[in-house]
Write a protein that binds this ligand. Structure first.
Ligand code: ZN
Length: 302
C-alpha cells in the first residue's frame, strides 16, 4: 500500500456545477488559489460542456486563464466529446479529463449517444491530440448507474479494454458517479484493473458520499493499491445528470483519514479547513463531509 497519495481537487468542477446561483469567476479563482496554496496542486477547475446544460461552467476558459500563473498548479478540465476538446485546447488547457460513461443509459443522458460511439470518438480524439497534452480518462458509472443500477464488472472491464486499446499510458479515473459502490466492489474491481493493466496504466478513484460510503470506498481503493483519489472540499458535488447523487467525498475527510493512517497527502489540513468551510457556505451549495464539524466541536469541547 502506498504511503504517499495524490489528491485531485474536483470541487471547482464536480462540486460547483450543480450549484444554481452563478459563482463569480473571481470567487472561483480565489478558491483555486487557496486550494493550491494548501497543497492541492492538481485541481479540476471546470469543464467545456454545453453552457446551456451546465451554466455554472460557462466561465471555465476565463478561470483557466486567470489561474495559469499559479505556481505548481496542474489544472485539468473535463471534456465529454471532441468539441469540448477543441474548446479546451483553444482556451489553453494542457490537461484534459475525457469522460465516458460505462453505462449506455448514463452516457446517453450525458452526451446523447451510446458508450460505443463515445469510445470511438475518444479514439479519434487521441490521434489528433497535440504533443504535450496530458489526458485522464474518467469512466463514469464504473460501479453503478442511476438508471441501470449496479454495473456488471465484466461489461465494465470489456469497455475499459476497448478504451485502453487506443492508448494504455493514460490515467484512468474509476468513477462511482452515484455513490452506491461498496468497498468490496471497489477493492475487487481495482485489483482486477491493476492485474490487467497496472504495468502501463495509472488508475485513480473518484467517489461520492451519497450513501455514506465515500471514505470506506477510498480506503478500499487504497488498500487495493491505488494512490490517486479525487475529492471535493466541503464535500460539495452532485451530478446534474445522475439524479439523487450528492457530494463527492470531502477532501478534508480524506486528508484527515490519511493523516491518521500516517499516509502523506502533502495537504495542509488547517488551510484546507478554512476554505472548505467557506465553500460549504456558498449560496445554493449542499455540503457534505464530517471533519469540518467534528474538528470545530472538538476545539469547543477542549
Ligand atoms: Zn463525480
Amino acid at each position: 500500500m502506498n504511503r504517499r497519495v495524490t489528491l485531485v481537487e474536483v470541487a471547482p468542477r464536480d462540486g460547483f456545477q450543480p450549484i444554481g446561483p452563478f459563482i463569480p469567476s473571481e470567487e472561483k479563482v480565489a478558491f483555486i488559489t487557496q486550494a493550491n496554496a494548501a497543497g492541492l496542486h492538481r485541481i479540476e477547475l471546470g469543464s467545456f460542456v454545453n453552457p446551456k446544460a451546465v451554466p455554472q461552467m460557462a466561465d471555465t476558459g476565463e478561470v483557466l486563464r486567470r489561474t495559469a500563473a499559479l505556481p505548481r498548479l496542474d489544472a485539468q478540465v473535463l471534456v465529454p466529446n471532441a468539441r469540448g476538446v477543441a474548446d479546451a485546447l483553444a482556451a489553453g488547457a494542457r490537461h484534459l479529463v475525457y469522460v465516458i460513461s460505462a453505462s449506455d443509459a448514463h452516457n446517453r443522458s450525458n452526451v446523447r449517444r451510446d458508450t460505443a460511439v463515445s469510445i470511438a470518438e475518444y479514439g479519434a480524439v487521441l490521434q489528433t491530440l497535440p504533443a504535450g497534452i496530458a489526458i485522464r480518462l474518467n469512466v463514469a458509472t464504473t460501479f453503478d448507474c442511476p438508471f441501470d443500477g449496479r454495473m456488471d464488472a465484466g461489461l465494465v472491464l470489456e469497455r475499459l479494454a476497448q478504451m485502453l486499446a487506443f492508448r494504455p499510458d493514460v490515467e484512468v479515473g474509476l468513477c462511482d458517479t452515484t455513490g452506491r459502490a461498496e468497498p468490496e466492489q471497489v477493492g475487487s474491481l481495482v485489483r482486477e484493473c491493476l492485474r490487467r493493466w497496472g504495468g502501463t496504466t495509472r488508475f485513480a478513484f473518484h467517489g461520492h458520499d451519497t450513501y455514506g460510503l465515500g471514505l470506506a470506498n477510498v480506503s478500499a481503493a487504497w488498500q487495493a493499491g491505488l494512490e490517486c483519489f479525487d475529492a471535493a472540499f466541503g464535500g460539495l458535488g452532485g451530478c446534474p445528470f445522475a439524479p439523487g447523487a450528492t457530494g463527492n467525498v470531502a477532501t478534508e475527510d480524506v486528508v484527515w483519514m490519511f493523516q491518521r493512517m500516517g499516509v502523506e497527502t502533502g495537504v495542509d489540513l488547517q488551510e484546507l479547513l478554512g476554505l472548505a468551510t467557506r465553500a460549504a457556505a456558498l449560496p445554493g451549495a449542499s455540503p457534505g463531509g464530517r471533519v469540518r464539524t467534528a474538528l470545530a466541536s472538538a476545539t469547543r469541547c477542549a
